[in-house]
Every structure is written in C-alpha cells, then in structure tokens.
Design a protein around this ligand. Structure first.
Ligand code: SF4
Length: 380
C-alpha cells in the first residue's frame, strides 16, 4: 500500500449509528427506523466489522487519535447497546490509552440524564447535539421531533453532568426562514452561550432523494436566495463572534481550544476508519463505503485515488478551514506545489481578493469564504 509522509499518520475512528426515530425531510444520510431487533443485527454487524478493521489497523501505519460516534441518531440506541459498542471499540483500538477526543452525537428528544451519565462514565469528552433551530417555526418546518425547550434542556443537562465540550448543530436557510427567525435563534443562543463551546451552523442544501427535493427542487432555494443567504451568513458570523465563537471552518465556530479535532482530521484529509453500516473509510490511496444494514459487513463501493486527485482534495477540503493549507506540507506530502499547479486560476482568485498567500499558507479571504462554493469549484 502506498504511504504518505508523517502529517497523515494520525487519524480518526468513526462509528456510524444508522438509526433515527423518523426521517427528516432534508436528510440524505443513510438511516433507518430504530427497532430492538434491528439493534441486535446492528451490534452483530459492528462486532464483525470491528474485527476486520482492527486487523487492517494493525497493518496500516497510522495512529488513531480521535473517536466519533455519529449518525443517524446514536442516542436512540439502548444504553446496553452503547455500552457494548464502546467496550468493543476500546478493547480493539484503545486498550492502553484513551483517544485524544471522543464525541457522541445525540438529539434532544432522546437525551436523558441516564444517557449523559453513561457517556461520561464511558469516557466521552464531547457531545454534539442536533438542535437545528431555536424557533418553534424552524423546528416545525424541519419536522424535528423535539421542541425548543427540549433542546435547551438537553444542553443544560449535558452541562450539569459535567460535559465541558458541547457542540450544537444548527441549520439556516430553511424554507420560509425570515431574518427575524434567524435573529430569534441567535438571541436564544446568546442566552445560553456559556453552556456551549462549539457551534456548527450549516446552510440547508437540498439534496436529491430527500422529501424537500420533491417539494422545492434543487434550485428552488439555493439560487433564488443566494443574496439572502449571503446576508444570513454575515449575521451569523457577526453574532457568533460577539458571543466568543471563532470561525475556524466555513460552517464551524468554536471557543479557542474547543475546535473539533476529529473533523479537523477530515479537513486535513487524514486517514480514518469507518465502522458500521454505510460508514466510509479512507486509508490512502483507498476510500470505500461499508454495506448497509441487512447485509454482511463488506464493501458497498470503493475507489482508488491517485496522488493528484488526493492532492486536489487536500487543497479543496483544506481551504474550508480559515487557516487554509500549508504549501510546504502539500509539497512534502504529494510532491506538488499548489501555486504552480493551479497557476493562473489561483492568481485570478488572489487578484480578485478571494484567496490569499500568507507566508507558507494558502487560504481563503473572508470574501472568498462567503462564496466558497464558487471559489472551491475552480480548484476541484
Ligand atoms: S435525525 Fe439526523 S440523520 Fe436522522 S433523519 Fe434527521 S437529519 Fe437525518
């Protein structure tokens, strides 16, 4: 297997929990409705998958730094299933030391005190709560199965149990969201900001295959409202910054020291192992997706990425972060210099004030980040 140099020798372990109470109309992730029977099938899938991935991990020279349980909705699992899952992971990947960061994703409606205490006891250092919006109107449009109060209670409870690293996921640009609606969510967030260390604020994109796609179509929201979305992004950036959240990636804001190390691994295109139905793994030069629940653990699709493709990905994904990419790091890793590789097109982006070369770093300017989709599509 082809090796890369030292900066890709740490990576993450992701466990996918493909269960949800019901399907949200905007969601294109792989998920199914939870049932006790399916949960048993799932745990058996995980057992077999961990077995094969831990053998792969022994062969591949990288160190697993971070652990992330995501979904789907991991909090719909029974407490026994969570215990079984974590003990299998620990036995196989962290028997001697703990991960640098361990995150568990949950939704407000399945956030109980017993779950929080269990997660604390199991060594999770970080929770990521799927709040999505803090107005009743937004939660209704997004068909979320929880109320604003339930979301706030979940955040309070996480704090009470002793979690210091708490992320909340939010979505803007949902159908019918007015500026006043956005401001209402930001005001509510302001009132509980001391409890939160990290905010992921995503613009809603309408993906094919979702119910929203059937209703609004692909272009319906995105293109017609691009000026409005630009304005919303400015408001979000400004308000979050006033609350002390520093933007470190296009959609991610955190207090200093609370950046999500697991996600930084993705943006730095480091290797990762994905466990569970539908999980993706990346051990350069290969990337592959696991089969879905109902099949034996195996490969649903795989691709082999040549050096040039991986280099371009490293640039495009790395530029999502405010600090951008290291020019010398890219040269050492791939033997390619982004300045000469992108030549004219990069010069145009720099001349237009969208990208900038800052010592050894190539990064987007604030204006470049605001129109990142267009900017990055030039470099893909
Ligand atoms: S809870 Fe999350 S993963 Fe599940 S359907 Fe909704 S958006 Fe998708």
């Amino acid at each position: 297997m082809e090796r890369e140099t030292s900066d890709s020798l740490v990576g993450g372990l992701y466990v996918h929990v493909p269960f949800c109470t019901r399907k949200c109309p905007y969601c294109s992730f792989y998920s199914v409705t939870h049932s006790p029977n399916l949960e048993k099938t799932y745990i058996e899938y995980i057992r077999q998958d961990i077995d094969s991935k831990s053998r792969l991990y022994e062969e591949y020279p990288f160190f697993l730094n971070t652990f992330y349980v995501g979904g789907g909705t991991p909090s719909v699992l029974s407490l026994d299933a969570i215990k079984a899952l974590v003990s299998m992971v620990k036995r196989n990947f962290w028997d001697k030391s703990d991960p640098l960061e361990a995150t568990f994703e949950l939704n407000p409606e399945s956030s109980t005190e017993a779950l929080f205490y269990l997660l604390k006891g199991l060594g999770f250092s970080r929770l990521s709560i799927g709040v999505q919006d803090l107005t009743a109107k937004g939660l209704k449009v997004l068909e979320r199965p929880h109320t604003v109060q339930q979301a706030i209670n979940a955040i309070w409870l996480a704090q009470k149990v002793g979690f210091k690293e708490i992320n909340i996921d939010l979505i803007f640009g949902w159908p019918g969201q007015s500026k006043g609606d956005l401001e209402e969510t930001l005001e509510k967030l302001d009132s509980i900001k001391e409890l939160v260390s990290h905010v992921s604020y995503y613009e809603l994109t309408i993906e094919e295959g979702t119910r929203f796609y059937g209703i609004y179509g692909k272009a319906g929201l995105v293109e017609d409202q691009s000026d409005q979305m630009y304005e919303y992004t400015l408001i979000i950036e400004e308000q979050l910054s006033k609350m002390g959240f520093y933007q470190y990636e296009i959609s991610n804001y955190a207090r200093p020291g609370s950046f999500c190390q697991h996600n930084i691994g993705y943006w730095e295109t480091r290797p990762y192992l994905g466990i569970g139905p539908g999980a993706v793994s990346f051990l350069p030069p290969k990337r592959w997706m696991n089969t879905h629940l109902g099949s034996k653990p195996g490969v649903l699709w795989e691709e082999e990425l040549d050096t040039e493709k991986r280099f371009r990905e490293a640039v495009v994904i790395g530029l999502r972060m405010n600090r951008g990419v290291s020019i010398s790091g890219l040269k050492a890793r791939f033997g390619l210099d982004p300045l000469s590789y992108y030549g004219k097109i990069l010069k145009l982006l720099v001349d237009d004030g969208l990208a900038l070369i800052d010592g050894d770093r190539l990064r987007l300017t604030r204006r470049g980040r605001m129109v990142s989709n267009q900017v990055l599509s030039n470099l893909v």
